[in-house]
Ligand binder design. Structure first.
Ligand code: ADP
Length: 538
């Protein structure tokens, strides 16, 4: 197949330009040719699209070979420049070669043109690759530094965008999904100084990625989570991408002729998108590789930042939570000391009960904090022994009845099941599910408990008729520190976001599974399975 070749011919004679094109075709190229014969037309053509080759006549009525070479140099583009002239003296030719022309071919021996073009294209490719390798190394070295930086996330994100320009892109945009938002927050834009940054920002903020498959630009990246390469983009593509007139206007002004869209993926979802645009070059798979590497670094930094932010929040909430029972305990003790003997008999049982409740709450909190850190350090171990699951369910449900009088606990089924498990952990899981059922059904109602044996498993579920979980927040429910109702009227003050995470871990370590079903405004069912103890299963 003929090699495609975008050729800018600087030539006043249409006939000569046709002869040159015919010669190129004969040498196995498929030339896409544009003829210019003034400096302005040449500059406009260079700015408009990418060219593989410039062929220039020496003498023209309104232009000349040396001036054409000058215009190419001014553009900063590295495109092979070959002088093709009928009359060029040796001296002039040497002067042009010194000034940077790559070769010259006389019009009466055009037969040489094909070989000269092939060689110059090869050399240009070698130069391009070398330049690319240098730039790629620089980008990756700087991207590596991002990960060890201790700066704020947004500072690092801005730096990541800056790293790309101009080495990898003429302009770029980094989108990031903050904890509660979707992937529409523009975190950073960067562009070459000649490009209007306000337009890039307007394009990015006014036309952000749309969730759903009907977005021709970002849809694929969001859907597949894989880096996307749009190597050549023409005006019809821009028209297809544009959502309205202004969008098209901005796209045309910023002329992305080649695009890469790199999603950053964490926790099963896209948390960021890096968009890189080139105006005059065509991105390749190799560019995509470098951009993806950079994307991965940004992803890592963002995830680390998120985790350390959640951890800080967790610690401060935990401390706050721990302080509350401590002050209740202190107050109760002071009250006990101040009671005169006549009141004692009447008030003491109440105060002791309050003390007991707060001590339990304190113990639960401290245990949770401790277990999170144990899991962090991978030091959590199970102490398995035979347990009677039916009795455990009965006891814990009984205790819960004392906690809330607004809820009715209904045990729908409680099979006699013996398990080989860590009783403290299983108790923790059950208590967590039951207290969530209470916490997240603030107006009360029934809480239904079922524990049954099915094949070689025990299946336990807790169902409430409470507020449920919004659909878009369900995917992260077992994540550490995740609280699904933050920012809603149901945000619970005494919520650490670790109960379900710990429960999920405990059950997994027993070889079981955990699941849930929930509908906003209707209620939730959380359940878990545990493999039966071998003895019991026989
Ligand atoms: P916490 O309740 O301390 O925040 P969990 O890990 O137990 O921690 O729960 C995580 C989040 O899941 C809660 O913040 C809440 O938004 C949601 N959630 C848990 N259980 C229920 C439930 N039964 N109904 C509605 N939402 C729930």
């Amino acid at each position: 197949m003929a090699q495609e070749l975008a050729v800018l011919i600087v030539e006043d004679s249409e006939d000569d330009a046709l002869l040159i094109t015919r010669e190129l075709r004969r040498s196995g190229f498929d030339p896409l040719m544009r003829r210019v014969d003034t400096a302005d037309a040449m500059r406009a053509a260079l700015a408009e699209r990418a060219w593989d080759l410039v062929l220039a006549d020496y003498r023209m009525p309104r232009f000349s070979g040396p001036l054409a070479l000058e215009a190419l140099r001014e553009s900063g583009l590295d495109i092979p420049f070959i002088l093709v002239s009928a009359t060029v003296g040796e001296e002039a030719a040497v002067a042009m070669m010194k000034a940077g022309a790559h070769d010259f071919v006389l019009k009466h021996s055009l037969g040489r043109l094909g070989a000269a073009v092939a060689r110059e294209l090869r050399d240009a490719e070698v130069r391009r690759r070398r330049r690319w390798a240098d730039a790629a190394l620089e980008i990756l070295a700087e991207a590596g530094k991002l990960v060890v930086e201790s700066a704020q996330l947004d500072v690092i994100q801005r730096r990541a965008a800056t790293i790309c320009v101009p080495r990898l892109a003429d302009w770029c945009v980094l989108y990031y999904a903050h904890d509660r938002g979707s992937i529409t927050d523009v975190t950073a834009v960067a562009c070459r100084p000649e490009i209007d940054e306000a337009s890039v920002l307007e394009l990015a903020t006014r036309y952000p990625p749309k969730i759903g498959a009907d977005d021709p630009l970002f849809g694929n990246a969001l859907l597949t989570h894989a880096p996307q390469l749009m190597a050549t983009i023409g005006d019809p593509d821009l028209a297809r991408i544009a959502r309205d007139e202004r969008h098209l206007q901005l796209l045309r002004a910023l002329e992305p002729r080649s695009l890469m869209i790199i999603p950053q993926v964490a926790r099963g979802g896209v948390i960021g998108l890096l968009v890189l645009a080139a105006q005059r070059r065509r991105y390749t798979e190799a560019d995509l590789g470098v951009a993806s590497e950079l994307g991965r670094r940004v992803e890592l930094v963002a995830e680390n930042a998120r985790l350390s932010r959640s951890r800080e929040e967790f610690i401060s909430t935990a401390i706050h939570e721990i302080k509350t029972p401590i002050s209740v305990i202190k107050m109760s003790v002071q009250l006990m000391q101040q009671l005169d003997p006549a009141q004692r008999d009447a008030r003491m049982p109440d105060l002791f009960e309050r003390l007991d409740r707060q001590c339990n709450r304190l113990e639960r909190l401290v245990t949770e904090v401790l277990e999170v850190s144990r899991l962090d350090l991978k030091r959590l171990t199970l102490s398995r022994r035979p347990i009677d699951l039916g009795a455990l369910v009965e006891r814990i449900v009984g205790e819960m009845r004392d906690v809330s009088s607004r809820h009715r606990f209904v045990v729908l089924r409680n099979d006699a099941i013996m398990l080989d498990a860590d009783p403290d952990r299983i108790e923790q899981v059950l208590t967590n599910l039951l207290s969530n059922a209470i916490k997240y059904s603030p107006t009360g109602g029934d809480v239904e408990i079922e524990s049954r044996r099915e094949r070689n498993e025990a299946l336990v579920s807790v169902r409430d008729h409470g507020i449920g979980i919004p659909l878009d927040r369900q995917g992260r429910i077992f994540e550490r520190f995740y609280r699904a109702h933050v920012g809603t009227p149901y945000e619970h003050t005494s919520s650490l976001g670790v109960g379900l995470y710990l429960s999920h871990e405990f059950i997994a370590r027993h070889g079981g599974r955990m699941w849930f079903e929930s509908k906003e405004g209707v209620g939730s069912t959380f359940g878990f399975s545990l493999p039966l103890a071998p003895k019991d299963g026989e």
